[in-house]
Ligand binder design. Structure first.
Ligand code: C5P
Length: 245
């Protein structure tokens, strides 16, 4: 698959893991016009709240709200209704919450749409196993037996059965997910590390080039862009690598 630079950019979600709106919007400004998504996660959302999401939307960014909801179905339904009103393009829940909880998220979105409170229908995706989770952590601490790939595929199947649009997983699991859930089921993959960059706390990682070759739909990239002196240049190099995949 050969990607144009524009197509490559529309697959990149930059994790704005910053402590406040000021720092996050400074990074967003540096990347304005590149065509990538912005991912707002817990660190930023808990500090800056809905207003930073609205600001990013008003600057023309597509926004993935990475709040990984995991609660009883009724609470997740209400949370999803509030998120849909914010006008984000994508948000997520944990597949480990089960079918009723994932369906609750979709119901919340529908309620917001039907009430005329949401400008668009966001994609709802499920976290399978965090990309920081190793086989040993999953087996010995969380208590899920078998391989990580088996657990991820089981969660992906469950998310699909609930009617969700895709899953968050490691790029290493994309082929197995697509073979079970079909090509149209989105894969969103953190754990992306350009050659030579720090792995940090991630465990199941791959390069941007290999993620694209492996069929990933969206690449979530944080520290390799946000924690370097020149984020725009880092993104540029990543996009170049993706177009050469
Ligand atoms: O800095 P780094 O590239 O590791 O950032 C990855 C981002 O993706 C973080 O914001 C993290 O919260 C998020 N994420 C993840 N694994 C998941 C889901 C989201 O690393 N399964």
């Amino acid at each position: 698959m050969t990607l144009t630079r524009k197509d490559a950019a529309s697959k990149v979600m930059v994790a704005l893991d910053k402590p406040d709106a000021e720092e996050a919007l400074r990074l967003a400004s540096e990347l304005q016009g590149a065509g990538c998504w912005m991912k707002v996660g817990m660190e930023l959302f808990y500090a800056a709240g809905p207003s930073v999401v609205r600001e990013l939307k008003s600057r023309g960014f597509r926004v993935f709200l990475d709040v990984k909801m995991h609660d009883i179905p009724n609470t997740v339904r209400g949370g999803a209704r509030s998120i849909a009103r914010l006008g984000v393009d994508m948000f997520n829940v944990h597949a480990a919450g089960g079918l009723a909880m994932m369906r609750g998220a979709l119901e919340g979105v529908q309620e917001a749409i039907q009430a005329g409170d949401a400008s668009q229908t966001p994609l709802v995706i499920a976290v399978t196993q965090l990309t920081s989770t190793s086989q040993a952590t999953m087996n010995d601490e969380i208590g899920i037996p078998g391989s990580v790939e088996e657990a991820v595929v089981r969660y992906a199947r469950l998310a699909k059965a609930a009617g969700l649009h895709g899953v968050v997983a490691s790029p290493l699991e994309v082929a197995a997910i697509k073979s079970v859930c079909g090509d149209g089921f989105y894969t969103v993959t953190p754990g992306i590390r350009p050659a030579g960059s720090d792995v940090g706390d991630q465990s199941r990682v791959t390069t941007p080039r290999d993620a694209v070759s492996g069929g990933t739909d969206f690449l979530v990239i944080g520290r390799p862009i946000s924690a370097v002196p020149n984020p725009a240049e880092a993104l540029d190099l990543i996009l170049k690598e993706m177009t050469e995949a």
